[in-house]
Design a protein around this ligand. Structure first.
Ligand code: ADP
Length: 191
């Protein structure tokens, strides 16, 4: 049974890397960001609710997010395990997850803040295939917004690192090398 969580700041490569790990281990990849975007596109009640928060740059309320994740991980296809990308994002979500599905391993994709900023300044996500592309963005505007999201990560998500460290589930992986190198290190930890 593998219930793997990916943690790391925006731009660390969580989406790309966790999808690759999911394909290799043949366990579902569950991304809260993708689930919310799909729900918004389908204009479901949940999507409409989530859109209110996302449009303001806020987290979707825990009650909604926890219920959504619970619904997904309790599906039959997750019987052999799952990979979570973007959840938990604060201590309250981590505690909620513990109440319905205990994680087995936590992978922290670690990068210096400056590298995060550089990567995010040039990224675009395809709405259809979810692939992330890089463009040469202008250096001026976005960094301020990016810094805000990184600050939110530090304040709300970083405390989870200690939470899982205390449970001896945390594996810190340097996320600055190439995807192939990062994957090799992750498989050494997981397999
Ligand atoms: P990013 O990490 O760059 O913000 P994501 O695709 O992970 O992008 O998430 C997009 C948005 O969806 C977030 O800004 C947030 O509003 C919402 N979201 C994603 N995951 C969660 C979560 N675990 N709890 C609450 N809101 C979330």
């Amino acid at each position: 049974m593998m219930r793997v969580i990916f943690l790391g700041p925006q731009g660390a490569g969580k989406g790309t890397i966790s999808s690759r790990v999911s394909a290799k281990l043949k366990i579902p990849h569950i991304s809260t960001g993708d689930l919310f975007r799909d729900a918004i596109a389908a204009q479901t009640p949940l999507g409409k609710e989530a859109k209110k928060s996302i449009d303001q740059g806020k987290l979707v309320p825990d009650l909604i997010t926890n219920a959504l994740i619970r619904e997904h991980v309790e599906k039959k296809r997750c019987k052999k395990g799952f990979i979570l990308d973007g959840y938990p994002r604060n201590i309250s979500q981590a505690k909620s997850l513990d109440s319905f599905a205990l994680p087995t391993q936590v992978i922290l994709l670690d990068i210096p803040e400056q590298v995060s900023i550089e990567r995010l300044a040039g990224r675009l996500q395809c709405k259809i295939c979810k692939r992330v592309f890089n463009i040469n963005a202008r250096e001026d505007d976005k960094p301020q917004v990016i810094k805000q999201r990184l600050a939110a990560y530090r304040a709300e998500t970083e405390p989870i690192v200690d939470y899982y460290k205390k449970q001896k589930k945390l594996h810190r992986i340097d996320a600055t090398p190439t995807v192939e190198i990062i994957l090799k290190k992750i498989f050494r930890v997981l397999c």
